[in-house]
Design a protein around this ligand. Sequence first.
Ligand SMILES: [Fe+2]
Ligand SMILES: [Fe+2]
Length: 185
Amino acid sequence: MADQPFLTDIKTIRERARQHIERGAVTEGYRADRENVINLLNEALATEIVCYLRYKRHYYMADGLSAHIAAEEFLEHAQQEQQHADWLAARIVQLGGAPNFSPEGIQTRAHAEYVEGDSLKEMIKEDLIAERIAIDSYREIVNYLGENDPTSRRIMEDILAQEEEHADDMAGLLEGLDRLNQSNA
Ligand SMILES: [Fe+2]
Ligand SMILES: [Fe+2]
């Protein structure tokens, strides 16, 4: 491997860094398809917004049912989905793109769905399903990014890890609710 050095020589890196400085964080060495990455991150952004809205709706509805433990979980998740949306929007701008916050078509761009749910059980179930959709689609985005855009990949990995926690929380709530219903029967 002597003819293939591990690093590009520093002189080349220095010369390249001086070109196209208006591109900011996007350097010559950026290997991913930038447009494609921005589109994928915008789809993830739409997913986060839909999840934020759904959890907010569920928070207020569960609070009305005096289901305080579930309501607290919904609220915490809503706040975390909003944080995810912010991380994604900031990264899209770093890549020279524009975050799409337009309400028009947001449900089409999003992977997860906005389902209101008629009962507490339905709400939890729909949240769990939405998390499972996000988990699978985010994992695919992580794999797609691979070594070509490690920063976007890390952001998606951090979000993915939290969606897995969310799914686990919802599965726990659902189980607790089932046990409660059984003991009341
Ligand atoms: Fe999220
Ligand atoms: Fe989530």
